[in-house]
Each structure stands twice: as C-alpha cells, then as structure tokens.
Ligand binder design. Sequence first.
Ligand SMILES: CC(C)(COP(=O)(O)OP(=O)(O)OC[C@H]1O[C@@H](n2cnc3c(N)ncnc32)[C@H](O)[C@@H]1OP(=O)(O)O)[C@@H](O)C(=O)NCCC(=O)NCCS
Length: 168
Amino acid sequence: MSSELIEGYGTVTIVSVSDDHPRPESPSRWGDWGDMDPAAKDIGLERWIIELTANGQTHVVGDLSAHSVWYGPTTGSRAINIGISLVEEFRGRRMGGVAQRLLAELLHDRGIVRVEASTDVENIAEQRALERAGFAYEGTLRLAQGRRDGLHDLQVWAHVRPPVSDPS
Ligand SMILES: CC(C)(COP(=O)(O)OP(=O)(O)OC[C@H]1O[C@@H](n2cnc3c(N)ncnc32)[C@H](O)[C@@H]1OP(=O)(O)O)[C@@H](O)C(=O)NCCC(=O)NCCS
C-alpha cells in the first residue's frame, strides 16, 4: 500500500485488488471501447483502486491497472504499461498524477526499470498529469488504439528508474 498527502484534499492511497474487484464508475470519452477482443483477456492485468481519505472518511476515487509489455525474451526487456481512470467528481484535483507516481515507484521497487503510460494525443489532462508524475514524453504511436469510434494515435510516456550498478 502506498500513500501521499495532498495538502487541502487528503491522503491518496493505492490499494492492490483482484482482477474481479468492482470498478468505480468513471466513464470518459477515452474509455468507450466498443466490442472487446476476447484475446485481450490474457494480458495479465494487475489492478489497484485509488482511495482518498479526508476528515476520517475514505472514498474510492479511481482505478489503476498495469500489464507487462515485452521488448525481448529477457527480464531486462520487460516494461509495465499502466492505465488510470478517476471518478468524474474527483478529476482536476491533481490526484491522477499522484496516483500514477505512487504506482510507478511501487513497480520500480519491484525491480521494473521502465514504467510506461500511453494516452490519446488529445487527452491533455492525462498528459499534464503524467508530466507532473515525473513521466517523460517519448513519441507518438500511430493508429495504435481502436475504440468504438475508430483508430487513434497514442502518445507514449515513460517513468524510468535505471538499475543500481553493483559496485563489486
Ligand atoms: C486524466 C486524469 C487521470 C488526470 O488526473 P487529474 O487528477 O484529473 O489531473 P490533474 O488534476 O493533475 O489535471 C491535469 C491538468 O489537465 C488540465 N485539464 C483537465 N481537463 C482538461 C481538458 N479537457 N483540456 C485541457 N486541460 C485539462 C487540468 O486543468 C490540469 O492542468 P494544469 O496541469 O495546468 O493544472 C483524470 O482526469 C481522469 O481520470 N480522466 C478520465 C479518464 C482518463 O482520461 N484516463 C486516462 C486515459 S489514458
């Protein structure tokens, strides 16, 4: 469990949950997928919920997910791609950046060097949140994501913690 206080709002905590844990309602134009591909069920999604605790009350304010992306058949070729969705009334309060940074740090602590996030080229709010979380923009993936209304270009961002070299 990882937490961070946001002055004036409360403490944001990310809590690991099982794949079948209920998702908080957080519709957006970026999540209108259309028909799912059954093969996508096998991507090995890991999930967390985002909680906000303030004045002794805890609210579930969003949802994070992560799955592996392999750039080769070695441990050093494994990146993790993360995704986020906040409940509408909790957007615009800087929690998206905090939650994604907490998740990136948690994954680095497990030994993952490269944590990625991909977002629609038009999703300015997520781009700002990623920048604030310490991710760096790396480039644009053309026609990478199919949603109900067609194919979309995605920006790819990364949060990288290089391995500590062994002094011996
Ligand atoms: C994207 C999301 C995670 C960002 O988290 P957040 O806590 O709302 O982010 P912030 O409060 O830090 O706001 C990010 C910035 O975007 C700005 N912003 C918000 N909506 C915007 C819009 N439609 N156009 C331009 N800027 C926008 C905010 O004002 C803020 O600007 P600032 O950096 O200059 O202060 C959250 O808004 C969300 O869940 N949105 C819906 C689902 C989604 O888009 N998920 C990501 C899919 S890849």
